[in-house]
Design a binder for this molecule. Sequence first.
Ligand code: AP5
Length: 209
Amino acid sequence: MKMVFLGPPGAGKGTLAAMASEHLSIPHISTGDLFRAAIKNETELGKKVKEILAEGRLVPDDLTIALVRERLAQPDVKNGWILDGFPRTIPQAEALQQISPVEKVVNFDVEDSVILFRLTGRRVCKSCGKIYHIVTMPPKNEGICDACGGALYIRSDDQESAIKTRLEAYRSLTAPLIQWYGERSLLVTIDGAGKPDDVFQIFVKAIKG
Ligand code: AP5
């Protein structure tokens, strides 16, 4: 299955993608994670996008499409993939149709108040990338990853000013994809407001239909 996860920042795409990837045995590909890895490794791409991510703006389409094209050429995607955070603009969606056409787009519907609560409480493991929330999904020991013992950190774009910019970018550039994919009969919208296990159950039913 070739699947795209669509939704505002903090909707829970990364959290559900980790569960869905295990359930479906297909890789979870997050463009945000790929950019953050490039920044951490101080690659040429990382240097170009560091400031853009910290401010919450979108990376230009040409750089992002090239990154996804390269990732989707890797051998582990032969049985499908979950793309989380791509496409985010109509030109990116058009490019994806050329690279490898998507079969299902799952759109996460979550209110702004929930988004703000989720993003301001998010913590991420520096080593393995596992996602936590200080209230809804806290680690057993504060600041330490349950899975690998790595240190947890706050993403640079989880500050309030960057969250505002990300929400604006989502509304103007990404939300139009809901209609775009709807017109192509590829879209299923699920309520992302519940607990992760409940959202996962809704997801499993939705992709069967
Ligand atoms: P990216 O990393 O994709 O960020 P995002 O889309 O803003 O999404 P998030 O990772 O913030 O949220 P999420 O929906 O995955 O939520 P999560 O599961 O973590 O992109 C970052 C940046 O990279 C962009 O701003 C841009 O600069 C660049 N970029 C990336 N892709 C690009 C593209 N295609 N084009 C151009 N630029 C691009 O959950 C959030 C929190 O809520 C966590 O704390 C979690 O524990 C908690 N939570 C999750 N689900 C639940 C639940 N069901 N109940 C309770 N708590 C929950």
